[in-house]
Design a protein around this ligand. Structure first.
Ligand code: NAP
Ligand code: GDD
Length: 335
């Protein structure tokens, strides 16, 4: 019998990589999509997966749709990747962010508890929950949370709800506390993709400048394709638990930009990058860096793609995209 997995957030960045991984293990994959007149299957198309997935319509803010989906599919595993995941936008959409990322998880867990309590549940938690750390060191499963945005706060609620449903009802629920992970299909608003997309536009003459916010922020950046394996591994253990997942190395936004511009043959990034207050946040998370020893010890997970390889992969992908596009008029970066 093929195992059945339900993946929410299937159209985002992680959904397609996870679907690809699960399909390689012979799972039947259901992807939850919101009601749209024109859903965007671009990321699934990029990996050649669009026709390999069963789609179900549902919304994290609509309790009844989640109940119906769980009741009808009765999945073996549920991966909750759906979220309003852009930290920068979460101040302007704090209520929506909370409804999707926090209350939505409560709805989904209640649906599992009521209709399919044997399903194993993965919650996409985040290093943003650590937020402000004063020692500039590493974060692991024991590090206290200090979220700095409505997004971070919503994820802390979802994280503790996931833990609580395990402790209260004995459900198999895991929270993966993942540090930043990127790829050629990363959303265009996130800084890494914004940089590599901006570089491709500059390199091919579609644009001349790249406007960024805080260049000194440090993040622990890994490759999304590696991280989805850790999600799956968490649901294959004897007992459910929570895990930090990251590379253990961090870099500034400036370093990412410097390396990416250089790789594209644009030697001095300073000629192109302009620091713009519009892209700074009301409260910043200055530095994050994972200590993922537990994931390595218990799950046997380690990242494969290095920072340098990731930067090159993303620059190459965006250069190829723009080479294949007809010349667009003007600079269309609006984020
Ligand atoms: P993403 O690209 O933003 O994808 C999120 C997906 O959630 C989108 O496909 C979106 O659907 C869907 N979604 C948003 N609101 C929804 C709603 N109300 N109902 C149903 N679906 C909804 O995010 P990602 O980078 O793949 O990240 C996956 C998850 O991991 C997120 O929960 C994120 O917060 C978390 N996370 C990400 C990272 C990272 O570095 N990438 C690190 C830690 C944790 P549409 O396509 O319809 O908009
Ligand atoms: N987006 C963006 N745009 N960020 C910028 C810019 C810019 O122009 N300039 C500087 N930054 C800085 C941000 O202030 C932040 O410190 C850092 O670059 C990374 O920003 P993002 O790429 O937007 O990611 P994030 O770290 O805020 O959030 C991502 O990672 C989290 C895990 O730690 C998202 O994927 C979250 O959903 C995820 O939970």
């Amino acid at each position: 019998m093929r195992k059945i997995a339900l993946v929410t957030g299937i159209l985002g960045q992680d959904g397609p990589y996870l679907a690809e991984y699960l399909l390689s293990k012979e799972y039947k994959v259901y992807g939850m999509v919101r009601r749209y007149s024109n859903p965007n299957f671009g990321n699934l198309d990029y990996l050649g997966l669009t026709n390999k997935i069963e789609y179900v319509e549902g919304d994290m803010t609509d309790e009844s749709s989640l109940y119906s989906i769980i009741k009808n599919i009765r999945p073996d595993e549920v991966y909750n990747l759906a979220a309003q995941s852009f930290v920068g936008g979460s101040w302007e959409m704090a209520k929506l962010t909370t409804e999707i990322n926090a209350i939505g998880v409560l709805y989904l867990l209640n649906a599992i508890k009521s209709f399919c309590p044997t399903a194993k549940f993965y919650q996409a938690s985040t290093s943003e929950m650590f937020g402000l750390q004063h020692d500039n060191g590493f974060q692991d499963e024991k590090t206290p949370f200090h979220p700095r945005s409505p997004y971070g706060i919503s994820k802390v609620y979802a994280h503790w709800t996931t833990v609580n449903y395990r402790e209260s009802y004995g459900l198999y629920t895991c929270s993966g506390i993942l540090f930043n992970h990127e790829s050629p299909i990363r959303g265009i608003q996130f800084v890494t993709r914004k940089i590599t997309d901006g570089i491709a536009k500059i390199k091919l003459g579609f644009s001349s400048k790249l406007y960024l916010g805080n260049l000194d922020a440090k993040r622990d950046w890994g490759y999304a394709g590696d991280y989805v394996e850790a999600m799956w591994l968490m649901l294959q253990q004897k007992t459910p638990d929570d895990f930090v997942v990251g590379t253990g190395k961090n870099h500034t936004v400036r370093e990412f930009a410097q390396l990416a511009f250089k790789y594209a043959g644009l030697d001095d990034y300073k000629k192109y990058v302009i620091s713009d207050a519009r892209f700074k946040r009301p409260a910043e998370v200055p530095a994050l860096c994972a200590r993922a020893d537990k994931a390595e010890k218990v799950l046997g997970w380690t990242p494969r793609v290095s920072f340098e390889e990731l930067v090159k992969m993303m620059v190459d992908a965006d250069l190829n995209r723009y080479k294949n596009k007809s010349k667009i008029k003007g600079d269309k970066s609006k984020f």
